[in-house]
Design a protein around this ligand. Structure first.
Ligand code: GDP
Length: 310
């Protein structure tokens, strides 16, 4: 990828999309199409085709497709699955038709089987059944990975997939229903502190373990991977640091300076018991994260507070 290559970020309004556009600009990539033309509705084949015809992107960061936390996945499985299937089919097929040099598809760690060895390695994909709370969304994401592999096999296209740890950061969704755990806990505990509530509810048992990645690190890793990785197998992007939901909740309490008590609601689902990625391949290539989970949580909280007070 050269400084003047024609680059598009599909999903420019997602948290990850906004950050990668900022990083590319900071690093003097001068031909980011998103800055010249608004993104079309990616579920609409006709609109996406017109966009590709006009812009002929050479490099595509494919970050689009609706997503949500455990509750959104349970309540809107068809909506999430269909939106993802449509954008996958439109963007990947058109990247082939318009001869893009490289496409990087951002998948999700929910593509791994519910019960599998930890840390999870791409060889373990499709070796067991998916976590039922997000199987529809995960099936769509697996389709994206598989379609990239299929284009590599059939046509030699340089289409690769990235499997990230749970992404968070400024710009994340903080709504109680749709958000992932970090957005939800920051917003719940902030409110509890404001209202002087003595108890805050955390879903599930607190025992599930997750690996989180700050959105700036994820975007930095994607630029690195675009330059240095071209295998058929997806590549994991994690940090190597893991927290239980209980540990995460206590960390967030500390950052917010909320002194109440956590009540675990066992009626709410835990989701996958553990989701830890084996990111050795990426680390061996020379990439490492530059933000600690603590400072990343602090940054995210500061952003959340600044938006609240606007
Ligand atoms: P997941 O990694 O796909 O399971 O996505 P989530 O971020 O939605 O959930 C991660 C874990 O955090 C699960 O075990 C949830 O039960 C737990 N959790 C605890 N409190 C909350 C909350 O308020 N919202 C969400 N989304 N998850 C929560």
């Amino acid at each position: 990828m050269k400084k003047d290559s024609r680059i598009i970020v599909a999903g420019e309004n997602t948290m990850e999309g906004k950050v990668i556009i900022r990083l590319l600009k900071e690093r003097n990539y001068s031909n980011i199409i998103n800055l010249q033309q608004p993104e079309p509705k990616l579920t609409d084949y006709g609109m996406v085709e017109k966009y590709f015809k006009e812009t002929r992107p050479q490099y595509i960061f494919f970050f689009a497709g609706k997503s949500g936390g455990i509750k959104a996945n349970q309540e809107m499985p068809a909506t999430l699955m269909l939106d993802n299937l449509k954008v996958i089919s439109n963007v990947i097929s058109l990247a082939h038709e318009y001869k893009s040099k490289k496409l990087l598809y951002l998948a999700s760690s929910c593509v791994y089987p519910k019960h599998t060895e930890q840390p999870m390695h791409p060889d373990m994909l499709m070796t067991g059944s998916l976590e039922p709370t997000n199987s529809a969304y995960a099936t769509a994401k697996l389709t994206g990975i598989e379609l990239c592999r299929a284009y590599q096999s059939e046509y030699g296209d340089n289409f690769i997939s990235v499997i990230p740890a749970n992404i968070f950061g400024p710009g994340d969704d903080f709504s109680p229903d749709k958000s992932h755990v970090i957005g939800a806990l920051l917003s719940k505990m902030y409110k509890a502190k404001e209202r002087k509530d003595s108890i805050v509810e955390v879903w599930g048992s607190g025992r599930p373990k997750r690996e989180f990645i700050y959105v700036d690190d994820l975007s930095d890793a994607c630029i690195f991977i675009m330059k240095h990785y071209q295998k058929k197998s997806p590549i994991n992007v994690g940090t190597g640091t893991t927290l239980s939901i209980k540990e995460l909740a206590h960390s967030i309490m500390g950052i917010i300076d909320y002194n109440g008590t956590i009540k675990f609601d066992n009626k709410k689902p835990d989701g996958m018991p553990e989701k830890i990625l084996d990111s050795d391949r990426l680390f061996e290539l020379g990439w490492s994260p530059s933000t600690t989970i603590h400072s990343a949580l602090e940054e995210t909280y500061h952003w959340f507070k600044s938006v609240k007070s606007e």
